[in-house]
Design a protein. Structure first.
Length: 276
């Protein structure tokens, strides 16, 4: 699989005023109280509520994503996952701000792994207000082949010990639907169970990796409400399925905090870091 070098360096820009409704919708979905008004600061990961591609219905692919070959390279591997992000917060973004988002494809690579061909796309995002840099994010997308029948799940990574807190949540189908709605995410693995099972080979609806990351940050902010967050990164390790309990945990690591979400068996499903 070759021929994607021409996408490296490709740039996409968009300008939007940050409305209050998706943030209010997120707070409702997460059972959070609070008033959203002009000047309300976005929480960490709040930028994911905005700048979603408003692709006409006819421009969606079979998986619900925009047809391939626009800004992102036309990689034909059927499974696409948001695998990781590394975010640096420079200045707060607030409801009512007019913000420009600049996205640049920084890299495309293809590897042969244990489960077949994998393609990695790295995208650098910058958010600016009045020419001032507000937030930067390095996002990694992974494309992979459909699983072979009977293919075993990846080996689990045990969760660390010494958690300073543990919040139990059960992301159900209603939460997945509402998160898809506030992020304008039409990927069918999050709401169309027959598609998730029969086409992409999952045992059920898949919890968004960025939703689990958002839940981790929310649990951290409940435990350390006065700490200013300068950076946040996360990496998806294993899929989580609707109706499955997840434990949101964390501990100091000498540079800030290590966070992780684990399943009932103790395997890490998402790992993350918070930096002051």
């Amino acid at each position: 699989m070759t021929g994607f070098d021409g996408w490296i360096g490709r740039i996409e820009t968009a300008v939007a005023q940050l409305d209050g409704w998706p943030l209010a919708g997120l707070y409702a979905a997460l059972d959070q109280a609070g008033t959203v008004e002009i000047g309300t600061a976005l929480p960490p990961t709040g930028q994911w509520l905005y700048f979603q591609p408003l692709v006409p219905q006819a421009g969606l692919g079979p998986d619900g994503h925009p047809e391939r070959g626009g800004f992102l390279p036309p990689i034909e591997l059927p499974r696409r996952m948001w695998a990781a992000s590394e975010i640096t917060f420079h200045r707060p973004m607030c409801v009512g701000d007019t913000v420009e988002k600049r996205s640049r494809i920084a890299g495309v690579s293809v590897k042969n792994g244990r489960t077949g061909t994998l393609a990695f796309v790295t995208v650098n995002h910058s958010y600016l207000k009045g020419g001032l840099l507000m937030l930067t994010e390095v996002q990694t997308l992974v494309y992979r082949e459909a699983p072979a029948p009977g293919e075993p799940a990846p080996p689990p990574q045990p969760a660390p010990g010494g958690a300073l807190w543990s919040h139990r949540v059960v992301p159900d189908t209603r939460l997945l639907f509402r998160y898809s709605a506030v992020t304008f995410n039409a990927h069918r693995i999050h709401y169309d169970e027959p598609y998730a099972r029969e086409v992409e080979g999952y045992p059920g609806l898949v919890v968004h990796g960025q939703l689990t990351a958002t839940l981790l940050v929310d649990a951290f902010r409940q435990e350390r409400p006065t700490m200013a967050i300068g950076g946040f990164s996360f990496r998806a390790m294993r899929p989580v399925f609707a109706g499955t309990p997840v434990h949101l945990e964390g501990a100091e690591d000498g540079k800030g905090y290590a966070l992780w979400a684990r399943d009932q068996a103790g395997a890490v499903v998402v790992e993350a870091k918070i930096r002051p």
